[in-house]
Ligand binder design. Structure first.
Ligand code: PHB
Ligand code: FE
Length: 328
């Protein structure tokens, strides 16, 4: 059976609002005009449909990301890189104390295909969950068309480094990608490279700011360079990160333009730890035992620097590696 043929538990009938309902293990998912309803054996929860779809879009596109993706203070996923926990109240002190928290482990293809089916069924034609709120229509109302093109967006994959001959990726002068309204002041000139004869195939440079100024999506880090496990993942941010990310490793943030405020909490209890205001040029390390959510009043550029090593979550969880990157 291919992944595409995998059965997804989807209701045969639509509800009064035109939407299908779904189930995964003991979890059920329903939506109406404004809200999403999630139920599990020990409880139930509701979320605004737009916030839910924005979070679901990230979780699907990132294939469950590093560590924990909290949709809000109750619902979320934990990536075990091959399997994924779907949980309710697991990182919520009150749910834990009342013993109402609940978690199920699923294979990655099973939860991925279910989430993709929910995302596609519940996203109406006017809504783009990756776009900033100002650049998309409404998520609300009765079922009205679909936006499969937006919710299945694939990243532009470069075959080689960007701008090197043979690179099939997005070039900054690509007419299909206009400069975003909030980056109208970003210079679009490209660096001049004078290559030593014989190295024309291998030496290139590009204007990363111009490149990012044309991004159509928000809160979606993309790998633009890789050196062993070191990944540079720049992204353009506007409004609120649609998930609260619980780290399983240290990650570094370099604020390239404008300003983001990060609310930082304890990863497990959600107790407030700090508020970090990052302005252009600021760099910070986010520890491995926190969760965080960013607020960007104006579209900004952020470089997320990830260590992709598969060994790290276990080293940190077992205490063999520290939760912070540097001893001062
Ligand atoms: C993060 O959780 O570290 C994160 C996620 C998405 C972004 C930026 C940062 O766009
Ligand atoms: Fe993070």
């Amino acid at each position: 059976m291919t992944i595409a043929e995998m059965p997804v538990a989807k209701s045969s009938e639509t509800n009064a609002h035109g939407y299908h309902s779904f189930s995964l293990g003991e979890f059920t998912f329903n939506r109406d005009e404004y809200f999403v309803y999630i139920a599990w054996p020990t409880g139930h929860h509701m979320m605004s449909a737009d916030a839910f779809l924005r979070a679901l879009q990230r979780d699907v596109a990132w294939d469950f990301f590093y560590g924990i993706v909290n949709f809000d203070g109750v619902i979320g996923t934990v990536n075990h890189y091959g399997t994924v926990d779907l949980f309710a109240g697991r990182y919520n002190e009150s749910y834990r104390k009342a013993e109402l928290d609940y978690s199920e482990n699923h294979t990655t293809p099973e939860i991925r295909e279910t989430f993709k089916a929910v995302l596609d069924d519940w996203t109406n034609a006017a809504f783009d969950p990756f776009a900033s709120p100002h650049e998309t229509g409404s998520a609300f109302g009765v079922k009205s068309g679909s936006n499969t093109k937006a919710v299945t967006r694939a990243r532009v994959a470069a075959q080689r480094m960007v701008m090197v001959p043979g690179d099939e990726g997005l070039r900054t002068d690509d007419n299909g990608h206009p400069v975003n309204r909030m980056f109208a002041d970003v210079p679009q000139d490209e660096p001049i490279i004078e290559v030593e004869p014989g190295f024309e195939q291998d030496v290139a440079a590009f204007n990363l700011f111009a490149y990012l100024s044309r991004s159509q999506v928000t809160w979606n880090p993309s790998v633009v360079s890789q050196c062993k496990d070191s990944l540079f993942c720049p992204t353009t941010e506007e409004y609120i990160l649609p998930i609260i990310h619980g780290n399983d490793r240290v990650e570094w943030f370099l604020q390239l333009t404008d300003e983001i405020t990060w609310e930082v909490e304890d990863r497990d209890s959600a107790a407030v730890r700090s508020r970090v205001v990052m302005r252009a040029g600021d760099i910070c390390a986010m520890p491995a035992d926190i969760r965080h959510q960013g607020y960007s009043p104006k579209r900004s550029m952020l470089l997320v620097w990830e260590n992709n090593s598969a060994a790290i979550p276990e080293l940190i969880a077992s205490g063999k590696a520290p939760t912070y990157p540097v001893e001062f």
